[in-house]
Structure formats: C-alpha cells, structure tokens
Design a protein around this ligand. Structure first.
Ligand code: AGP
Length: 616
C-alpha cells in the first residue's frame, strides 16, 4: 500500500516528511517523492527506489526552510515503478500537487475527457488524472481548492486517501478519504497528515481519523474543518483521539504480528482485487489482460499452471475451477520440477505463472523455458513491476498490498480471487456456463469478503483449539474436491510457522496408507463444507473417529452430522462450492498462527525461511 505524509506548521517540513516516509517503509513501496512550498513556487523531487534514494536527489529541498509539504511512498497499482509515475503529481499549470493512496477505477474515462480539453499527461497513473481533474474543476467552476477537490471527488469512483496543495492557497492542505486510511496529527500550531500515526506519533499523540467519504481543510491558526464529500455537510466536533500505541504497534495495525494483521486484511484485500474488475449484477468481468488474449485461452489445448508453495496450492484450486467451469484440461506443476524435466510444451498451451513476490527464481526460470518453447505465459502477481510480472506476456495483479509475514495468507485468497474471475470469464466465453450460472457465480464471488469477515469472528474459538493441540508432534489435514488443495495449504501454514510436522491429503486417500497413522495422539483437521462430496467425507470422518483420531472439523454453519463426530468444530457460512477455498482456508490460517504463537515461534520470520525465494 502507498504511504502519504504531509506537514504544515512552524518547523522545517523536509526532515519531518523524510523521517515520516521512512516510518511508512514497512508498508512496502517501490518509489518515493516529496513536494515543498518554497516561497513563490512548489518544488517536487521524486524517484523510483527507496527514501534514501530520494534523500540523495533532494539536497536542494533539504536546504529549503519550507514549512509546508507533502510526501509519498508508492506501491504501484497503475503504471510500473519509475520516476515519472512516482508521486507527488502536479497539475498542468504547475500549481496543484497531489499524493494518493488507492485506486481510481474510472480514471480512463476522465483522462479521455481531460485530454479532449487539452490536458497533457506524462505518467501512466490514475493519480495524475485526479490532480488535473481538480485543476479543471477549479478553473471551470471558479472555486478554491477545497471546493474543487470536493466536486472532483464526486466524479470519481474508487478508493483514495489524498493530500492536495495549491499555490493559490499556500497556507493549507486539503485531504480526503475513501477506502484508504488517513490520519491528521494535531499539534501545537502544527498539523501532520499521514496514512497512519507512525510519522507523527513522536510530535503529537492527538489524532483525527477521517471516516470514509470525508474530507478536511487543514489550515494553520484554525480548527481542522471536516465535511462530507458527497453532500457537503459539515462534521461538527470530529473525534480527536489520544493515541497510546507505540510505533511498532501502529505499524502492525494494533495486531501482535504482521501475519495476523494480514489474515484480517483479507476481506479488504479481496475487495481491492475485485475493484474495477467485477460488476456482478451486470454479469461483467472487466480484465483487459484476458480480453486482449481471450482467443488464446478459449482455444488452448490445455492450461499449465506453474508456481511454488502457497501459490502452487492456489494453482491446484484453479485446476478444479478451470476444468469444472470452463472444461479446459489443466496441469499444475511445481516450477522447480517443471524447469528441469524437459516438459512437452506447444504454442497451443497457455501457461499461468502464480507468484506473490514476483521474484521466485524457480517460477521465473520455468516461465522463460515455457516462452522459449512457444507457450503464451500469463502472470498472477502481487508486486507491480516485479521480474515475473515483466517476464510474462501479460497478466493480472492481485491488489493484496504488501505481504510482510513470510507465511502467505492474503496472497492466497487474492490469487484465488483473480483465478476465479478468469475461470468464470473463460467459461462464459466458451459457453460452458449459462449467463444465469455466470451471474450467480459472480454474485457469490462478490460476497466472499463478507463471508471471510464472518469466519474471522471465530478467532477466539480457534484460539482455544490451538491451546489444546499446541504440543502435538504431527497433524493431518484432509479435504476433498476443491478443498483438497486447502488441506495442503493448511498443512503448509502449520509446518512453516510452528515447526510441527503436518501433511495434507485427499480425505479418501487415507485408506491407502495414512490411516495407519491415526490414533489418539493424531489431530486431524477435516475440511468438510456441505458443498461437494459431503456424504463421502462423513464416512472418512467416521473412519478417523473409529481409530480415536482427534477431529477438528471445518463445517458449514448448522452442520450436525460431522459436528456430532468431531472433537472441535469451526463453522463457516455457506458459499458456492468453487469459492469455498477462500473461506475454509481462513480458520486454518488462524489455527496455525495461534499454535505458533503459543509455541513461542517467530511467526513473521520463521526459521530457515525467506519471504521471497530468489535463489534455487
Ligand atoms: C507460503 O506461506 C510460503 N511463504 C512459500 O511457500 C511461498 O508461497 C512460495 O515461496 C512462493 O512464493 P511466491 O508466491 O512469492 O512465488
């Protein structure tokens, strides 16, 4: 996620902004920039790279005595990481500077309109469109910055946290929020703007958090004035909180670990990944990367999915999705095996490479091999401009935001979100699902964030289960159909952060050997939603029960058959069978997290592991 900072007060702004940007580095970013008001002009320095690179390039600004400015760390969503695409963006007149965290969905249509009116764009970003829209409104309506921002935002669809400066009103900053966080630090004769309190907590612990749909004019010498963007209603006496969090707690959003924060970010991460792509009621999936190559997908002899680890598990779910919905043969391969086994690849193959980091060496090598042998390669990545994103012919980004915890959580659910969109779009194009089935699927997909929110409410009951089994030496995870890959994923989560040995299996596979492992010391997690081969898994559970296995069952709300057999039950809301993995995986993430914490493990940086495996 991008980071925004701003300052207006009696101190020199530059060091405050630079230090503030460093405080936001934990959010993950690929470029940084700063704007200062230097007397009669505004000065901007911005660069691809780190805040330290920005410091190297902004010596002139460092010497300025400017007391008002804004700064930004960019996590690219539209436009690759480079200097031009970095923020702040300045309007054509050179008078208005803006920083933005979020996504403007309708920037394309606004850009076309402004281009017709003579505006020129230098970057590929949605943000540059927004700053020129504000300028256009200011000129056309002959209004001041605050009103121009308000009118412009009423034309915008998307998510934003913005700070705007105008040379014509150099004693104020205008800020607005919808879907992305924005805090105003209130000091003695000074104000701070930031994505969270980390940049200003050392100066003041008085913070005003804008609500969605609110904007504010921050001007020295008077109270912060908050108003509603849509209906221009003033917000009287906005709540000013006295913060008691320390720096580290703020970075983790108040959670003890990044992993837990990222588990709880999943509803919004899925929403952000669907944003601008899914119009469920209209039965529309907008994905230019698919539209431009739809023939290749529709005519593909087979789809080859290559990935590693959790991303490989997402690929396994995609195998069920694509074959079930679009009736296209799918093979899922470990990238590390694929790259060395002299695979048979033809130009009629579509390869999908899945990677959160976009830097996994095995996956990158496998992509190069597939391309050398004529395949079309599509990427699903979480890091814009990453090596894998650049190596593939095209692709789609998950908008999960930076995933700091080594154990992948929100990356998995957002990968499944993108793969579900693609499978449905292909199936509709091929005609293997009807329009009504298509709309029903899309409607169910649209509900996934709220379904995940429901499951997150079972955290305390899962924590109690973790307490019972934290000293186990082995675990088995069982699932069928769409939830077999979830069994593998649940086992991986437990292994990599608690160091307990765990295996995932298709539930029916137990009788072919693993059932010999079952006794009263073996916890068995069974993923058994009502959808799919429910009655089959009931008998699998009975087999385990008969051998005294300890059963932890993930079941649909209201289930009684399995619930009566299990030792522990976690209920999930009902959802379309093909989408159950995005919901059933969440209790397994929480279970592994609390077992690891109770075992005193380093949850965010487990031993022997790296977040991105950039070597063989
Ligand atoms: C999953 O929790 C692990 N961190 C690991 O298996 C990871 O999924 C794998 O290394 C692939 O990483 P990528 O998605 O960044 O390519």
């Amino acid at each position: 996620m991008c980071g925004i900072v701003g300052y207006i007060g009696y101190r020199e702004a530059y060091p405050i902004l630079i230090k503030g940007l460093k405080r936001l580095e934990y959010r993950g970013y690929d470029s940084a920039g700063i704007m200062l008001y230097c007397g009669d002009d505004l000065a901007v320095t911005k660069t691809k790279g780190k805040v330290s690179d920005l410091e190297q390039k902004s010596h002139a600004l460092a010497k300025s005595k400017a007391k008002i400015g804004i700064g930004h760390t960019r996590w690219a969503t539209h436009g690759v990481p480079n200097d031009v695409n970095s923020h702040p963006h300045v309007s054509n007149s050179g008078k208005i500077a803006l920083i933005h965290n979020g996504i403007i969905e309708n920037y394309d249509s606004i850009k076309r309109e402004l281009t017709k009116r003579g505006y020129v764009f230098h970057s590929d970003t949605d943000t540059e469109v927004l700053v020129n829209l504000i300028e256009d409104v200011k000129i056309k309506e002959n209004v001041k910055l605050g009103k121009a921002v308000q009118i412009a935002l009423q034309k915008v669809i998307g998510a934003y946290a913005i700070a705007v400066f105008d040379l014509d009103k150099p004693n104020e900053l205008v800020v607005a929020k919808l879907g992305s966080p924005l805090a105003i630090g209130i000091g003695e004769d000074e104000f701070f703007i930031a994505s969270d309190a980390t940049p200003f907590i050392e100066f003041t612990n008085n913070a005003l958090y804008l609500e969605d749909g609110e904007m504010a004019i921050v001007r020295l010498g008077r109270e912060v004035r908050v108003r509603k963007i849509q209906d221009d209603v003033h917000v009287h006496n906005p709540e000013i909180q006295e913060l008691e969090l320390n720096l580290e707690q703020i970075e983790k959003g108040g959670y003890e670990h990044f992993m837990l924060k990222e588990i709880f970010e999943q509803p919004n991460a899925v929403r952000d990944t669907l944003r601008g792509r899914l119009q469920a009621e209209q039965g529309v999936v907008k994905m230019s990367s698919i539209d431009d190559y739809l023939e290749k997908f529709v005519r593909a002899d087979r789809i080859l999915i290559i990935a590693c680890g959790t991303s490989w598990h997402a690929g396994l779910v995609a195998e069920y999705l694509f074959e079930d919905l679009a009736r296209i043969p799918v093979e899922v391969e470990y990238a590390s095996e694929f790259r060395y086994r002299n695979p048979v690849i033809t130009s009629r193959d579509v390869v999908i490479a899945i990677s959160q980091s976009g830097e996994t060496a095995d996956t990158l090598a496998a992509i190069k091999l597939a391309k050398e042998r004529g395949a079309f390669v599509y990427g699903v990545c979480n890091v814009v401009g990453s090596s894998i994103a650049r190596e593939t012919h095209t692709g789609a980004y998950t908008h999960a935001g930076p995933e700091i915890g080594v154990a992948s959580t929100k990356a998995f659910t957002t990968q499944l979100t993108v793969l579900s969109l693609i499978a449905a779009k292909m199936a509709r194009a091929i005609g293997t699902i009807s329009q009504s089935e298509f709309i029903a699927f899309l409607s169910a997909l649209d509900q996934v964030p709220s379904k995940i929110e429901t499951v997150l409410k079972t955290e305390e009951s899962i924590k109690k289960i973790a307490e019972v089994y934290k000293d186990a030496t082995n675990f088995l995870y069982l699932g069928r159909g769409y939830n077999f890959p979830v069994a593998l994923e649940g086992a991986l989560k437990l292994k990599e952060i608690s160091y307990i040995h765990a295996e995932g299996y298709p539930a029916a596979e137990m009788k072919h050997g693993p059932i010999a492992l079952i006794d009263e010391h073996m916890p068995v997690v069974v993923i058994a939603p009502k959808r799919g081969h429910y009655e089959k898994i009931v008998s699998n559970v009975q087999e385990i029960k008969a051998r005294k296995g300890k059963i932890i069952a993930i079941v649909s709300k209201g289930d009684t058959d399995i619930a009566n057999l299990a030792d522990h039950v976690v209920e999930i809301p009902d959802i379309h069978e093909a989408l159950t993995p995005m919901v059933t995986t969440v209790p397994l993430q929480i279970l592994s997290y609390y077992i690891a914490v109770m075992r005193g493990c380093n949850v965010d940086q487990p031993r022997n592991l790296a977040k991105s495996v950039t070597v063989e």
